[in-house]
Design a protein around this ligand. Structure first.
Ligand code: FCB
Length: 448
């Protein structure tokens, strides 16, 4: 154990995803994804931007890796763009796409940075969406084929695989709220997507085990356990109901308990389960990744078709980030401990944590500095919460900052900046912020 309370073998990383940083959307026979279409549709992205160029990391990844190396990060969590591997989501893999990720993984390993690929971070091949996307069962089988292609290509070099990132967002923001691609607003399609995303995860898990792959296979979720606004029984019940869609809906099936009846009944969710599905979904996982940004506070509300779980989010008075997300560092410790106690995963990682803030720039001696004291405080406090969770006995093995670079923040566009490093939109120059030095020192053991 280090003096600052973190284990010596703790994983210190940064996170990113393909569509948010790569750009180069028409290169090397990449097919289009649902995000290419969605980000170009009028009015879908708040600042009118898109991911056509993003951070140009498809070309500039050596610079990104050099930055990770300066941080002395020992892991990089990135995602593979499925449409670069199979343009239409099926069939013979595209060698150019495979070569790209192969080079990328080699470049990371050369710097002693462990590659942590995510197979699906939201850029579904558009052609699969035209056939129904995640609301269709076939998409899960297509995903398993694609996963096998990647296991064969990178399996000897990659030791930590993630199936899907935040399936709650894919299913509910994508198919119920219309805020993310494919922009649909139909709860029934969302429930089908829940099941097919989990089935995709299970089928890939099976392919991983049957293929004799070495290493760890897991899933990354964005769970939430909101706080009751007060101690009353009604409020505590509302907080419990509010947590179901973000915790039990995913962890119960993955850990062999089936879907939570309470949720399914309250929402009238029709889940298209077929024989054998729940066994696949509950195949063992080596780790669970948690993405945490905020903790909501809730009060009871009238149940109805638009609010089947009967709760409402209220302000707790905590300060907020630029996203309007309340900053509650101890919420991270509570979340880690709750998940560890309730579902007992073998290992937990905080696979995303970070904050969007305005940066303040200054020039000293011809050099540009970016001051982001808000982000430093956010990261420090949340790392302290991780340390507390470890001290309480949670099997927390690593932490990844979202994100190395300012990037394309989905429906918010390029305006929301989460990076330790700023990226000049015109020149693509990477400029480390003060938080970059902070995280470097945290990794070195001298900042916390
Ligand atoms: C998460 C996403 C990630 C990033 C952060 C801010 O929900 O997984 O891609 O956009 O939010």
């Amino acid at each position: 154990m280090r003096d600052d309370g973190f284990p010596d073998d703790f994983v210190w990383g940064c996170s990113a995803s393909s569509y948010q940083v790569e750009g180069a959307i028409r290169e090397d026979e990449r097919g289009l994804s649902i995000w290419d279409e969605f980000s170009h549709a009028k009015g879908m992205i708040r600042d009118g931007s898109n991911g056509d160029i993003a951070c140009d990391s498809y070309h500039r990844y050596p610079e990104d890796i050099a930055l990770l190396s300066r941080l002395k990060a020992n892991a990089y969590r990135f995602s593979i763009a499925w449409p670069r591997i199979q343009a239409g989501g099926r069939g013979t893999p595209n060698q150019k796409g495979l070569d790209h990720y192969s080079r990328f993984v080699d470049a990371l390993l050369e710097k002693n940075i462990e590659p942590w690929p995510t197979l699906y971070h939201w850029d579904l091949p558009l052609e699969l969406q035209k056939k129904g996307g995640w609301a269709e069962r076939d998409t899960a089988y297509r995903f398993a084929e694609y996963a096998e292609i990647m296991f064969r290509c990178l399996g000897s070099r990659v030791k930590h695989w993630t199936s899907v990132n935040e399936p709650w967002c894919s299913a509910f923001l994508g198919y119920r709220e219309g805020e993310h691609a494919p922009g649909l607003r139909d709860p029934n399609l969302a429930y089908k997507s829940v099941h097919h995303l989990l089935l995709a995860h299970g089928l890939a898990d099976q392919a991983f085990r049957q293929g004799g792959m070495q290493g760890d296979f897991g899933i990354v979720v964005n769970p939430a356990t909101p706080r009751p606004a007060n101690d009353s029984e009604e409020c505590r019940q509302a907080a419990h109901r509010a947590s179901l869609e973000r915790t039990a809906l995913w962890f119960d099936p993955v850990f062999g308990r089936g879907y939570p009846n309470e949720y399914v009944r309250a929402c009238g969710a029709q889940l298209p389960i077929e024989a054998g599905d729940m066994d696949l979904i509950s195949l063992p996982v080596d780790f669970v990744g948690l993405n945490y940004y905020l903790e909501d506070t809730v009060v009871p509300a009238l149940k109805g078709p638009d609010n089947p779980l009967g709760y409402r989010i209220v302000s707790s008075g905590a300060p907020k980030t630029e996203m309007g997300w309340e900053i509650v560092p101890q919420g991270l410790q509570r979340l880690i401990c709750t998940i560890a106690e309730e579902w007992k995963p073998k290992a937990l990682y905080v696979t995303e944590n970070g904050a969007a803030f305005h940066d303040f720039r200054s020039v000293q001696g011809g050099t540009e500095f970016i001051h982001d004291a808000g982000r430093i405080a956010y990261l420090r406090d949340h790392l302290h919460a991780c340390r507390d969770a470890i001290a309480l006995g949670a099997p927390l093995k690593g932490y990844f900052v979202w994100s190395l670079l300012d990037n394309f923040e989905w429906a918010w566009g390029l305006a929301m900046k989460f990076g330790l490093v700023a990226v000049d939109e015109k020149t693509q120059e990477r400029i480390p912020k003060d938080s970059f030095a902070f995280y470097r020192d945290a990794i070195a053991g001298s900042a916390l």
